[in-house]
Design a binder for this molecule. Sequence first.
Ligand SMILES: [Zn+2]
Length: 257
Amino acid sequence: MSDKESIKQQLKVVFLGTGTSQGVPIIGGTYSADYLANPKNHRTRPSIYIETSEVSIIVDTTPEMRIQVLREGIANVDAVLITHAHADHIMGMDDCRRFCHQSEKPLPIYAGAESMKSIQRVFEYAFNTVHIPKGYFVPDPRIVDGPFHVGDLKITPAPLPHGRMTSNGYIFSLDQKPLLAYLTDCKEVPENIIHQIQDVPVAVLDALRFKPHPTHMCYDEALTTARRIRAGQTWLTHLTHDYDHDLHQAVAYYAQQ
Ligand SMILES: [Zn+2]
């Protein structure tokens, strides 16, 4: 079985959003009619949904999480993983109340220690209240400090430099085989992580825009990283309006080489 077939059969991955922190288009931006007419140039904030035969999870709860899960027909998840606590990755978390209501139990929220501290401050009412009324968001905080399992899915954190903070990338494995590396919001992918995921079937990389940025990889940096990882397929995410989807299809294709 090829790597591509293997990930298709064992792991379903849906991009819930691939836009940068402001979303695309941005408020007050000026765009051509052609640009706006293409639905692929309308990007919600970055997040993925992953499903195995046993479990389903989402990575990050963006401000558009409710719209994203409704769009994809996702009714429930077993856990939420957070990469880091910037607004574009956490501000939809309260909408997890529907998952708690349906499962009638707290929802595991996985994040690094620093990110968890920020999340607990922002959603203080949910994390620090003893008696939460039925139908409200009930988190079950789990600090990520090494590999862990959610059902049959092994998840290995990959700490990435993102300005003054650390963003957790995540490597998803089934039967000890890494199938997917989700590495968003980073200025670089450190050597030890590249080594861990060499030849992974699918890698998702931050590729913010064409001009360099102090805390994100730009397109050239993402391409260089992609060549070093040598994934079966490389997908670019956290994209600004620099990218006109159809115009830059060649760009995406090239990134996969
Ligand atoms: Zn972000």
